[in-house]
Design a protein around this ligand. Sequence first.
Ligand SMILES: Cc1cc2nc3c(=O)[nH]c(=O)nc-3n(C[C@H](O)[C@H](O)[C@H](O)COP(=O)(O)OP(=O)(O)OC[C@H]3O[C@@H](n4cnc5c(N)ncnc54)[C@H](O)[C@@H]3O)c2cc1C
Length: 286
Amino acid sequence: MLAPYCESESAHPIVRELGLRGLELWQQFEPALLVRGTLVVAAQRDESELVRFARMTHGHQHLDQAGIGRLEPILADRFRQGLHFSDEAHVPPRAAISSLIGALLNLGVDVRFSNPIAEPIWLAAPAGGIVIDCRGLAARSDRTPLRGVRGEMAVVQESTLSLSRPVRLLHPRFPIYIVPWGNDAYMIGATMIESDSPTGVTVRSALELMSTACAVHPAFLDARITEYSVGVRPAFDDNVPKIGLRGKCISVNGAYRHGFLLAPVLAEIVADHLEHGLAFPQGLSC
Ligand SMILES: Cc1cc2nc3c(=O)[nH]c(=O)nc-3n(C[C@H](O)[C@H](O)[C@H](O)COP(=O)(O)OP(=O)(O)OC[C@H]3O[C@@H](n4cnc5c(N)ncnc54)[C@H](O)[C@@H]3O)c2cc1C
């Protein structure tokens, strides 16, 4: 999800500012990007969550039941009110990564997999070159006080569902979102657990993800589960990414739950620094 408006509900204002630029950059270089907005809904008993969410964010239109049905016909009789963040976008992440790697290869970049750079990372700079260290949690040290935030997700397949944009279901304890990945596949995510453990999805989380998806639409009951997986988000205390310079090494880290959204704009900031000597924005430098 490339959702700078929705994320501003809980993120630092700089994340929305950078995220808007990130969204612009994604639109320039990713043909698979879909700009259909995000639909935010809540069960009747949690409608106060919708009021709170609307107050904390910008860039949305209020929808009544008919408005929800016009956007997502299968949700027409499921929710009475919603919010539409029409400028937000989504992209199937694995297809996006493949197309980015393809673009790098076409530019003659030497891309290597399963080839970890040995510590200390700043010594890996070739003569006259630099290292840009984007190792996520692997860069954690006394100087880089990162923490891990575990995110569990599921991918399911169901042909009778026809959601065309990300849907967020607000809930005081288990807010979840469903993102259409194309070919009848839907990503259901994601937990937010203060832990750096990358081990398998717990039964508790699986139940939360699945029951909340079924609360969005009961057709999820018949979906086939094709994947359960876990990722650990690298984050600093304030959940804002940081860019730091140490000798010939630039570290870029702490993207937290915004790594896809912010990657192009963080890359742009580093490129501007290298090409034009521009300083890193104050809120990001460390
Ligand atoms: C379930 C889930 C859903 C998410 N959904 C979204 C979303 O919808 N939108 C969004 O914007 N963000 C989303 N995120 C957040 C996003 O995935 C993270 O912010 C992002 O992955 C952080 O990227 P990163 O490259 O900084 O770190 P990482 O993704 O942790 O990548 C670090 C990389 O460095 C490599 N590495 C480590 N050590 C070395 C070494 N010594 N040499 C070479 N390579 C090394 C690792 O193998 C890894 O590939 C989601 C995260 C999760 C877990």
